[in-house]
Design a protein around this ligand. Structure first.
Ligand code: F6P
Length: 319
């Protein structure tokens, strides 16, 4: 029996430790591991190879993914999904482990409906925006990259009596911005999930500046598309010289943290234990309150992710 692994969508730290565990554990359970390179595009192109222990030696500490990834538009078309299926058949691959985000799981769900190829999804995206799991691989590493950047920006902000607006990734989800603002003690956090009470903040910050505040950190989630507006507000209404820093793809890089390596192992082991006994389903490994559970992919893609209310409430302590 052959099981293949691939990465799809945005890469995330933790993918390499997951790939390593996959190969080692597939051999352990007496099956054959395969790699699909370049994600769904690679599946269409037949970039499929049998994996060996040597392929995964010395990769556990590396960010990104040795399998590479892609965002495939062609996979939306049946003709190309069929091509991908035929490529799997050529290698007798009878199930898949897919590291990716909800866009990838939607695509795989369609593929499952077309050809009944069982798969287990492992949530892997720095955005932490997948329904039915509290954690996605790569999030802890990305948060630490952002924390490091914010710590450094604070050094210069405090030396210069300035405000800094730092825009972070997350697509439409404010999780990265929220967690970063809370843990870095930012004064302002703007995310799609919450109203930005500009007037209240103007009054508060002006008062604090009068009382001696020398600098301001504002974390803005890219999903709000409001960085320019917040910049102008800080500069013109709050009245403090402001600089803007868009962190960009640096947030996707970096060596996986201990947490991401551990989570990678747990996700993969749960996925493979499932596939070794039950080969006929389409599921994702979800993490909830310390447990790893299989969730039907239909349920995963049925709703958008929601940031827990408790975390949203924590934002009020920024004031
Ligand atoms: O989904 C991960 C992510 O990094 C988002 O936070 C960001 O909006 C997007 O991918 C960027 O995509 P790309 O790498 O294709 O520019």
């Amino acid at each position: 029996m052959a099981i293949a692994i691939m990465c799809s969508g945005g890469d995330a730290a933790g993918m390499n430790p997951a790939i390593k565990k996959f190969v080692d554990y597939v051999f352990k359970i007496g099956q054959e591991p395969y790699f699909i390179y370049d994600g769904l595009e690679g599946m269409i192109e037949g970039k499929i190879e049998r994996a060996t222990h040597e392929d995964v030696a010395g990769i556990v500490h590396l960010g990104g993914t040795i399998l590479r990834s892609s965002r495939s538009k062609r996979f939306f078309e049946f003709e190309f999904r069929k091509k991908a299926f035929e490529n799997l058949e050529k290698h007798n691959i009878d199930s898949l482990v897919v590291l990716g985000g909800d866009g990838s799981f939607r695509a795989m769900h369609q593929f499952y409906k077309d050809f009944s190829v069982p798969f287990v999804g492992i949530p892997a995206t720095i955005d932490n925006d997948i329904n039915a799991t509290q954690y996605c691989l790569g999030v802890d590493t990305a948060l630490n990259v952002i924390r490091d950047a914010l710590d450094k920006i604070r050094d210069t902000a405090s030396s210069f009596n300035r405000a800094f607006l730092v825009e972070v990734m997350g697509r439409d989800c404010g999780y990265l911005a929220l967690m970063s603002a809370i843990t870095s003690g930012a004064e302002i956090c703007v995310i799609p999930e919450m109203e930005f009470k500009k007037q209240e903040h103007t009054a508060r910050l002006r008062h604090e500046i009068k009382e001696g505040r020398r600098y301001i950190l504002a974390v803005v989630s890219e999903g709000t598309k409001r960085s320019r507006e917040v910049f102008d507000w800080l500069q013109d209404d709050v009245g403090i010289e402001t600089r803007i820093s868009i962190l960009g793809h640096i947030q996707r890089g970096g060596n996986p943290t201990v947490q991401d390596r551990m989570m990678a192992y747990e996700f993969v082991i749960t996925a493979l234990n499932h596939l070794s006994v039950k080969k006929e389903s389409a599921v994702m490994v979800g993490y909830k309150d310390g447990d790893f559970k299989l969730v039907d992919i239909e349920e995963v893609v049925s709703k958008p992710y929601e940031i827990p209310q408790k975390l949203l409430d924590d934002i009020k302590y920024l004031d």
